[in-house]
Write a protein that binds this ligand. Structure first.
Ligand code: ADP
Length: 165
């Protein structure tokens, strides 16, 4: 298809939250094909394996036919070149996200000039929501069901059986 636009939405998604799903849904409405790309080489010790995160993302995006789940290791610009995608979608929640995102976008463009990063503003109801916050609530025995899709909540219960439903 001429002018077909493929975009990549990269992240750790450990675990995917309602904020991620909101961004995926909105991003999928803007482009022809959206690749949600799980970063494999995160230095952080992840809660979920890449295989588990892939499964969860597939389940929660099953109703979005133009969304694909993939994962990558190494530089995002190399993955973008490999997938022939010039557009990267990232979310901005607060001013605190802006500085790192700006640096990353400029760095990516300097490494691969075709790369264009597009920022979507977080929806107001999710602007405070992060995977880190969900992990904190869960490890402290709280209820995170308002913040993650049911398919993610089910897996959190399996890992942390004492968490509230
Ligand atoms: P990373 O480790 O790359 O920051 P994350 O999974 O935390 O990966 O986030 C991936 C992307 O999703 C980032 O652009 C982040 O700003 C965005 N994001 C995370 N949470 C939200 C949210 N609640 N609303 C909108 N965007 C979000």
């Amino acid at each position: 298809m001429p002018n077909s636009l493929t975009a990549i939405y990269p992240g750790s998604f450990d675990p995917p939250t309602n904020g991620h799903l909101d961004l995926i849904t909105r991003g999928a409405g803007l482009v022809n094909h959206l690749i949600v790309a799980i970063l494999q080489n995160s230095q952080k010790q992840p809660l979920f394996t890449v295989a588990e995160r892939t499964e969860m993302l597939k389940e929660i995006t099953a109703n979005l036919p133009n969304v694909e789940i993939d994962s990558f290791d190494g530089l995002l610009v190399d993955f973008a070149a490999h997938r022939q995608a010039n557009t990267i979608i990232r979310g901005i929640r607060a001013v605190s996200d802006y500085e790192t995102e700006l640096h990353m976008a400029l760095l990516n463009r300097s490494m691969r000039p075709e790369t264009e990063t597009v920022f979507l503003m977080a929806s107001a109801e999710y602007s405070f929501l992060s995977s880190r916050m969900v992990k904190e609530i869960i490890t402290l025995g709280g209820d995170a069901s308002k913040f993650v899709p049911p398919a993610v909540m089910r897996r959190l219960h399996i890992k942390f059986p004492s968490t509230k439903e």
